[in-house]
Design a protein around this ligand. Sequence first.
Ligand code: 3HC
Ligand code: NAI
Length: 711
Amino acid sequence: MSDVVTSAIHEGIAVITINNPPVNALSPEVIDGLTVSIAAAQSDPAVNGIVVVGAGRTFIAGADIKGLDAMAWGAGEGAPDMHDALTLIEDGPKPVVMALHGTALGGGLEVAMAGHYRVAVPGAAMGQPEVNLGIIPGAEGTQRLPRLVGVEKAIEMCVTGKPIKASEALQLGLIDHIVDGDLAAGAVRFAREIATRSGPHPKTRERTDKLPSLEALPPLIHAGKELARKTRRNQHAPLAVVDAIEAAVTLPYDQGRVRERGIFFDLVKGEQSKALIHVFFAERGVSKVPGIPKDAPVAAINTVAIIGAGTMGGGIAMACANAGLTVQITDTTAAALETGLGRIKSNYDTSVKRGRFTPEAVAERLGRIHTQVGYEGVAAADLVIEAVFENMALKKQVFAELDRVAKPGALLATNTSTLDIDQIASVTARAERVVGLHFFSPANIMRLLEIVRGAATSPETLATTLSFAKRLGKVGVVVGNAPGFVGNRMMFPYMYEAQFLVEDGATPEQVDRALTDFGMAMGIFAVDDMAGVDVAWRVRQELNQFSEPGARKPLVADQLCEMGRFGQKTGRGWYRYGDDRKPIPDPEVLSLIEETAKAAGIQRRSFTPEEIIERTIYALINEGARVLEEGVALRAADIDTVYVNGYGFPAYRGGPMFYADRVGLEKIQGRVSQFHRELGDRWAPAPLLARLAREGSTFRQFDAERARQAA
Ligand code: 3HC
Ligand code: NAI
């Protein structure tokens, strides 16, 4: 018998258990084991019914993504053909009950839908998240799902990739019963009851009751494609999955499944799936930090104290309260606390209006947030996160006090975006427990958390904050303690290059359009207006940027600040803003740019979108190569994770470093060298970029090499 699939008979029911940790992915061994066990149970006269259940924390979480990755790069078979296994399950005379807990995702849900019945625990979730990997279901999911839940819901699930909970699944008819208590026992009871009924048991693929007529289909398909275009801009898989679902209605089952398989294979070999699979593993790779074993001890974090009830403090408080933690917010005055709490409440009100939370869930969260002037409440905290003004003297004063009042084992974190963690840690007697936790605004929404490692930060502190990030539902990326860390350090050359481009002849709107067409969530000028044009102004002064002799300085940004055009908060920045906060190109800014360029003797010309992308994105990549070489980022894949989760870089391009690999480092290096000759020293190629290009290598290979050395 196979190790990963075992079978035992309970009260006349064969219980087939899949045990392939960590998530029971559908490896070839699992599929073989399942096939053998199902066939044996079908032919065993002592068996009246069959239950399939997952061992450990979940049912089957899908095809093995490592196999898909190999296939995307032209090696291996990828997702094995499941057709024979699924037909064996569905065509057998004895009822097969799929017992779901944890997640039944992708190929996991596809297996479940081939069963005659499905039962689940209340906390189970089911979905077809393949679009997140740039593919569509490849084991007949696009054909069976609409037969169980209808075309409209199937499209929604497959296009968004979002799983649904057991209660909704029951209502839709995706599952037949919810089991309270022990799943396997409940499933066996259900199977015994079903086995007493005369067959045949329902075969999903033969059902047509939920499929629409051919006349009713076109508007559903049209709406599905609109949803795909709107929610998954520029991506192929979400549109293609609608085509596959359409085939479930327009073609006989067997032709529909063949069509699905054809689309699946085309997509898995495409660029977007390579990139999205890279992002999947990159996000999970960030928690693997050399020197910190997977089972490193982590301190329990139950209570978090937050110092400063401003924009960031409030957002961090919400992120913690949403994760079930107790929060104590401190500020200097009762008025500051009241304003801060007011902002938190109004943000929660918006969430209720948008249907994200129920009023009860909000009340529960608010019940976990406590406020107090002074540092008294800090003593109870396992973790303190400081989010006061960005000022070193103030932060040192706060940390000295925190070190005095916090309990000895508590971790002290700063949310600074620019300051030196080691200097902050130096005023405490627990530098090993001091760390940067750089949240991104709005902190309750943005997934990225840069975890800044100081010279003395201990492995246990890092392990604890990595696990804390996960608890908040965030992606924690460990970065070095250098100005701007990873994200902002790379953003500056990118942002300033965009500003030089407009001085050289492009408009902010043209630059932003080229960037959003490329896939960026927002254009860089819109970003600057949102963050505050004055924020970068202050950073320019603090970090003493552009101090090298002969360095080209951006001219217009300073003038905007002098005019009080700070961006969205003043209604004007690079753009004008109305009530809807949509950027409106402003002729006043265009004239300012033209006059400034003229006064500086700049010869203006027009730029193609391609040139705009090269000037901006290649600046990002070149700086990324420096960040990597200096060890501020541990891996190119970490940089990609930072940019995809914190800066709106399109996941379907894999992040800036992955994108660079796909363009080809030789080509990037060639353009960077050309810009260096034409535009000056700010474009000096990063030595690592030059070396990898010369060697015909990639950042992906660089990561693999570093991992080999660390092993
Ligand atoms: N294949 C291979 N490895 C997988 C995997 C999969 N389908 N799903 C998760 N893993 C691995 C992760 O890489 C990670 O490995 P690591 O510990 O070495 O880093 C480990 O399992 C745990 O994963 P998470 O850290 O993500 O654990 P969580 O508990 O946070 O989440 C999960 C669990 C919800 C199952 C999440 O891992 C997930 O969403 N997985 C992907 C599910 C998916 O996309 N399924 C569809 C696959 S495509 C498919 O099925 C095609 C089919 O139609 C033919
Ligand atoms: P903010 O100005 O909105 O809030 C700061 C709060 O700290 C105020 O409520 C103030 O009263 C309080 N405060 C000042 N001194 C204090 C003290 N001694 N004790 C307790 N509270 C005190 O500032 P914001 O934007 O929330 O920034 C906070 C920190 O987060 C800064 O270090 C900033 O660089 C960083 N950051 C800001 C981001 C942003 O987008 N705003 C993004 C990431 C980091």
